[in-house]
Ligand binder design. Structure first.
Ligand code: COA
Length: 371
């Protein structure tokens, strides 16, 4: 993504478009083509009233019908596994295990099946997540089929047990687009490293989920929510963050390894957060978030990244905090799988060299004589 003047023009990276064209074969992969049109419309038309312009969009998460029957292949097996995962597990661990189970029951096999494997992952992730969530929070075994025609609508429908408002569907849709692909971030790189050994897609995605889980990467949106919820006024937030900075604490949702002046995704998330805060009738969380943003810029010249305002956006839609990072997975699966296919297309084992700087040769000590 390339930041543009005033942060009002969003360019989703040309890499994403390249990936669709190359690996989903542009026109010949009809769902991706329509996805591209659909996503362009979502961002360019629907957000135009909010002064956001879109130049190009990432493809992907409309890649399959979201209501593909996750449980169809092995009746009862997936439910059993999801029900056995402890209620106090982190849902990122649930997804990591869920993908691994999928790789056992529906192994990718030959790489010629890679698009099918990617489609199944895209379709199954929200279902496995929300089946587990409902089973362990309210004891219900939800139906993972809905009549929604978008993954965002399907997700919110399964979560809340009713079809979402158009505003909420569109908002979640937009965050999914913004999260879909982001070049060589840590989780994508992890997927590339695993793929480089010619391993299977489920192994690569399992590793990517593990990398995304950490608070320095995808986990930042959950940490950002926990931060803004601590404060009961903007003034308290300003002082609280100043104190944290004095203690050299990291403020989650700020800074970026690649961007240096702003994260272009943030201006979209921030506007959506304001719209939802007004709808929700809760000015506090938005004001606190703005206060944190201001003090971070004034004190450290650090800007909010995509995760910071995404946190309140999800919160205002009634999404529990512990599902924030898993939503990132449900979107980034498109980027990961495209990278996996790209790696395979011109593969080379990824194996960095290291300069050893530890102690030199040591005398062998028999085990019984070791301290
Ligand atoms: N809060 C406070 N200080 C921060 C900071 C943050 N979020 N991000 C960077 N800094 C400070 C560091 O403390 C360091 O200061 P110092 O030079 O005085 O020691 C300096 O900025 C450089 O930080 P560093 O962690 O070395 O930069 P990086 O490029 O390795 O880190 C991130 C990039 C994203 C890992 C880092 O900004 C971060 O940890 N952010 C919070 C987690 C987050 O939001 N992750 C999602 C990224 S999309």
């Amino acid at each position: 993504m390339i930041p543009q003047k005033h942060g009002k023009i969003i360019n989703i990276s040309s890499l994403s478009s390249f990936i669709v064209n190359k690996y989903f074969h542009g026109g010949s992969y009809e769902v991706s083509k329509s996805a591209l049109n659909m996503l362009t419309k979502v961002l360019a038309v629907e957000w135009a009233p909010h002064n956001i312009t879109v130049n190009a969009v990432a493809p992907g998460y409309y890649g399959t019908q979201p209501n593909i029957d996750f449980f169809s292949k092995e009746a009862g097996l997936y439910e059993k596994v999801l029900e056995m995962i402890p209620a106090d597990s982190h849902p990122m661990d649930v997804l990591r295990s869920g993908v691994s189970i999928l790789g056992n029951v529906e192994p990718e096999g030959d790489f010629s099946n890679q698009k099918n494997a990617a489609d199944r992952l895209l379709a199954c992730l929200p279902s496995m997540l929300l089946y587990w969530h409902h089973f362990h929070t309210d004891g219900t075994r939800i139906d993972v089929e809905t009549d929604d025609d978008s993954l965002a609508g399907h997700f919110l429908h399964m979560l809340h047990g009713k079809a979402p408002s158009e505003l909420h569907r569109k908002t979640l849709d937009t965050t999914l687009i913004l999260y879909a692909e982001h070049e060589f971030n840590a989780s994508t790189f992890a997927a590339r490293v695993i793929t480089g050994t010619l391993s299977d897609m489920h192994s690569a995605v399992t590793g990517a989920i593990g990398a995304l889980r950490g608070p320095l990467h995808g986990g930042a949106n959950e940490a950002a929510m926990e931060l803004v919820q601590k404060f009961s006024s903007a003034q308290e937030a300003t002082q609280g963050v100043l104190d944290m900075l004095a203690r050299k604490d990291k403020i989650m949702g700020f800074g970026h390894r690649v961007y240096t002046t702003s994260d272009p995704r943030n201006s979209v998330n921030k506007k959506m957060s304001k719209i939802l805060a007004d709808e929700f009738g809760d000015a506090l969380l938005y004001e606190v978030s703005e206060a944190v943003e201001k003090v971070m810029w004034d004190e450290k010249k650090l800007f909010a990244n995509a995760d910071f305002f995404a946190a309140t956006v999800y919160h205002f839609m009634g999404i529990p905090t512990y599902l924030f990072t898993p939503i990132f997975v449900c979107s980034r699966i498109t980027g990961w799988t495209a990278h996996i296919m790209e790696q395979r297309a011109d593969n080379k084992l990824i194996r960095p060299a290291a300069d050893y700087i530890g102690p030199g040769l040591q005398a062998y000590v028999p085990i019984a004589e070791r301290a």
